[in-house]
Every structure is written in C-alpha cells, then in structure tokens.
Design a protein around this ligand. Structure first.
Ligand code: GAP
Length: 518
C-alpha cells in the first residue's frame, strides 16, 4: 500500500512533466534524472524559499555560487580523498555489488517491521485503552528485538569506526544475510570504495591533472571564507549559503530521486567562536525543523535522528528525517564540523584562514555549524506530502475521483490558470487572453482552452495549481471571473482588477517566510 504510493508518485512525476529518467531514449542512465517543465518550476521555488529563508531572513548570512571544479588539494584537505568511502561487498554468485552497511540496515529494518507488527496486533486487541509507550517498554518480545537491534548497531559502529571491515563481513555472516537477488551467502571481503567521480584537466596528464567533481558544495564555502568575510565585513557569528550540484558515485542508487549520482545541495556554513558551537548547533536544529514545519508538514512525519557514526569532520551530527513512502529517512543533516575544514585548508594551502575577534581581542580559526539539505530529497518530500487521491463533486455535481497535488501554494509550479468557459466563442477566448496577459508579469500563469472545463480543472489539480480562473459570459458583462481554489474547491466571484493582489497574497513566498520570524 505504502510502496503503492511511491510507485504512484514516480509515475505521476513522469506523466505530468515533473521528472524524467535521464537519457531515456537510450534506456536511461541509472540514478540520474532530468526535471521537466513543472519539475523545474517546483525545484526553483524550493531553492528560492531556502535561499531567502537563509539570506534574506538573516542579516548575517550571505550567498555565494562557487565552481563545481576545485583545486585537487581541496579534497585532500577536506579528507574526501582518504575517507569519503563506503564499505562495499560483492556477492560472488550473483556478481551484484552492495553497501555492506546497507545490507545490515535492511536486516535491522526487518526486525523493526516485526516490532511494529507486534504493536499493531496489540493495538487491535486492546482497542482504545492501548498505551503504546507502555507496551513498547514492557512487552518481552518487543524488548528482545530492540536489544537485538542495539547489539547489531554496536557491532556495526565498532567495525566502521575502527576500520576493521573484516568484522563487518563477520556480522553479515553471523546474521545469515543473503543476497536479496540470488539468495546466495557467498560474499567477498568488505572493502572501501571512494565515492568521488574524477576527470582529467585538459593540459596536465597523470595524477597532477586529476580533478574531482565536488561531492559536497561546502568546500567551495570554506575556501572562500576569507574572501567573503573581508568583502562583506562580517563579524562572527556569520554564515555563507550556497545551492549547487554535487556528485557521488553511489553504490546503492535507488528509490528514485532519493539517492542520485548527480544531485543538488543547499548548504549553509555558520562560522562561530570556538566553544560556542553547541549553542549554535541547537539553534540551527530548531530553525531547520521550523522551516520544514512552515510548509505544513505534519509533525508526525518529521523527526530528529542523532548520528551513531560521526563523519570524519564532525563532533555532533543530527539528521532531520522525513517519512518518505519507504519509511523514515534522512532529509537534511545538521553537523557541528569543528574547525576541521578551515584548519586543514590552512595547513595544506599555507594561508591563514583565521578571524580576528575584536570583542575578545583574539585571533582564531572559527568553528562551523553546517546545515545541509538535498534539493531533490526535499522535492520528493514535497511530492509525498502533496499527492492525494480523493472523491469530489465534478462540474455537474456528480461524484468523481481526482488526483491532486496539494503543494503549498507558494511552491506550486503554476500559481493560476486562466480558462475560457468554452473555446469556440471568440469574445470569451479574447477576454480570457486579456486576463492572462494582465496576470503573467506578476504570477506564473497558464492559459488553457483545450477540452471541457472539468477536464481542464483536473489537469491543473494534477500539477498542483492553486487557482483556476474561469472567464464566462458574465465576465463580458461586468468584468468579474470565478476563482476556484484547488483544495477546498470553493469558487469566489471577483473583479478582474482584484486578481493580481489576491493571487499574489495567497501564493507569494512571503507567506511562508513570515512564519520563520522568531
Ligand atoms: N556537506 C555535508 C554533506 O554533504 P551529507 O549528509 O552527505 O552531508 C547532505 O549530505 C544532504 O545531501 C543529505 O541530507 C541529502 O539530503 C543530500 N544527499 C546526499 N547524498 C545524496 C544523493 N546521493 N542523492 C540525493 N541527495 C543526497
């Protein structure tokens, strides 16, 4: 049923021009996707909302747009050359390659499913009196399974943190994990696989000319720390925000745009006084959750998840997880990155990446708190929240089923569509085009005269257009139109001159931004 929703979102995204498989005519390129006409609008709106919420809403955060290619030493300093690896394991019989940690996580997910089944069964048995928290804390079968999960997690963390990959293989064997494709348990040793794509600079051969496609946008911010601080005269604490492409040669690339090889990130590095990083870490944890909730996402669909395994640069890390159709998964990461990056870049480049703090009269390398979210994952979260199938009255009052994307109006690809009631009356189509021309400089508007009005409404519902404006015979008399609201289906009659302010008021990003003020 839930997997069903996922399949529906994937096919809806293609059918209505949101997302296409890359190079589809050549049977596609795995884990690479293109955004179609409505997809690009929605994606741009997500990016604009994020950028404005960071830069416009904070006097001390500025934006940059750094290049994808960077000096190869960048990735040595950042630790990505040596440590940006996934543990990889091959099945000798099926010749399939897997992430060893994902095989173990999938095994854990099965135990979690058992726990949930137990809870659902008990819920049915006890009805309204059921106390889930108490049940989870006292039921012996649930407790045994929780203990099992904890033991597995501890063993996996130990193996990953100490780099003893032979212990990860032992764990896979101990748990009896089989290849999901062939059922075979004939595994190779686990080995590290670097996730960075590389290419060659035109005029330099060999290792020296080796360039990487950036695996995160953050490093473009770190290497520009001094440029930005000096040119904008920022005082600590201050932040630098950036949106851009990142590339990772993911071993397990699946679940549509959730895990891609080419994707986009929205990252903000917040530079703080050493010792104050945990205060700012907590601040950004709260702020970012507020941002997600401002989009109307139900509280039950968002949660924090503290990292058990910290990345090589972090002293604290938490994910904001969203309940995707395939379960709770990371949507955004908030990391306390210490002074790791600026310090390494200082050492390798020989340039002092320091800040003189006039308040305490000291020079220091700032500490950094990072917020990092994938645009594509956010897109999938918006689609998951928005996709709705429901029974509603049609134009003639009969019940009919519709698929509607209830995208927050400020993010919707198209804000309004102008529809002449019928297309074969020139006075009506001329008037509708006049209304369309009046709206289009102010809000993203479409004009549609093809098919019966009911079908046109459904088409707009399917792409999430908040307002349909119908031009009918009364319009010719008194310059009024009907405005149909997507979710409530309420129809209001209003004068043409009221349309721009009305639609702007209800679809402008400011309606979301104003929810973020402290
Ligand atoms: N600079 C820190 C950093 O890159 P990360 O947790 O590896 O941290 C941050 O990535 C965010 O980027 C994730 O929370 C996720 O939303 C997105 N992301 C990471 N890998 C991705 C992939 N292969 N496909 C799509 N989004 C991805």
């Amino acid at each position: 049923m839930i997997q069903d929703l996922f399949k529906k979102i994937v096919s809806h995204s293609k059918k209505y021009g949101f997302i296409f498989q890359s190079s589809e005519i050549y049977d596609g390129l795995s884990a690479v996707y293109d955004y179609g006409p409505y997809g690009v609008e929605l994606k741009n709106n997500i990016k604009e909302y994020w950028f404005k919420s960071m830069v416009r809403m904070h006097g001390n955060i500025v934006g940059i747009d750094s290049a994808i290619f960077m000096h190869p030493k960048t990735w040595k300093a950042s630790g990505h050359v040596d440590a940006f690896n996934d543990p990889l394991i091959d099945n000798k019989d099926s010749k399939k390659r897997y992430r060893a940690d994902v095989l173990v996580e999938d095994y854990i997910a099965k135990i979690e499913a058992k726990i949930n089944k137990e809870v659902t069964k008990a819920k049915k048995r006890f009805g309204e009196d059921f106390d889930e928290i108490h049940f989870r804390a006292t039921n012996q079968r649930v407790l045994n399974n929780i203990k099992k999960i904890e033991d597995i997690n501890t063993k996996m963390s130990n193996a990953l943190n100490t780099g003893k990959l032979e212990n990860l293989k032992l764990l896979i064997e101990e748990l009896g994990i089989a290849d999901p494709v062939s059922g075979s348990k004939n595994w190779t040793d686990v080995r590290q696989f670097n996730l960075m794509f590389n290419t060659q600079l035109g005029n330099i051969s060999g290792e020296e000319g080796k360039l990487y496609l950036r695996p995160e946008t953050a490093q473009g911010i770190f290497v520009n720390f001094l440029n930005v601080q000096k040119t904008t005269r920022q005082k600590i604490p201050f932040g630098i925000a950036q949106i851009g492409k990142a590339f990772r040669n993911e071993i397990v690339a699946r679940q549509f745009i959730f895990r891609m090889r080419e994707f986009e990130q929205m990252e903000m590095q917040y530079f703080v006084r050493p010792g104050e990083e945990m205060k700012w870490y907590d601040y950004w944890k709260t702020q970012r959750m507020k941002w997600h909730k401002s989009l109307g996402t139900d509280d039950s669909k968002l949660r924090y998840h503290d990292h058990d395994n910290l990345a090589h640069y972090a002293n604290a890390a938490v994910d904001i997880e969203f309940e995707f159709p395939f379960g709770f998964k990371e949507l955004e990461g908030i990391h306390s990155r210490t002074d790791f990056d600026l310090k390494s870049h200082s050492e390798l480049s020989g340039k002092k990446l320091q800040y003189f703090d006039p308040e305490i009269n000291e020079n220091y390398i700032p500490y950094v708190v990072e917020t990092s979210i994938g645009v594509d994952r956010m897109f999938l979260a918006v689609m998951t929240n928005a996709y709705t199938e429901e029974i509603v009255p049609d134009a003639s009052g009969n019940e009919s089923e519709r698929v509607v994307l209830k995208i927050p109006a400020a993010l919707a690809p198209i804000k309004a569509t102008v529809l002449p009631l019928v297309k074969n009356k020139e006075e009506l189509t001329d008037k509708a085009k006049e209304v369309f021309n009046k709206l289009k400089p102010f809000v993203n508007t479409q004009y549609d005269e093809k098919d019966a009005i009911g079908r046109r409404y459904r088409r707009q519902d399917a792409i999430g257009t908040p307002y349909c404006i119908t031009v009918d015979f009364d319009t010719l008399e008194n310059d009024t139109v009907t405005v149909r609201e997507r979710d409530s289906l309420k129809q209001d009659r209003m004068h043409i001159d009221e349309l721009v302010p009305y639609i702007q008021k209800h679809t402008d990003l400011s309606s979301l931004l104003s929810k973020l003020t402290d």
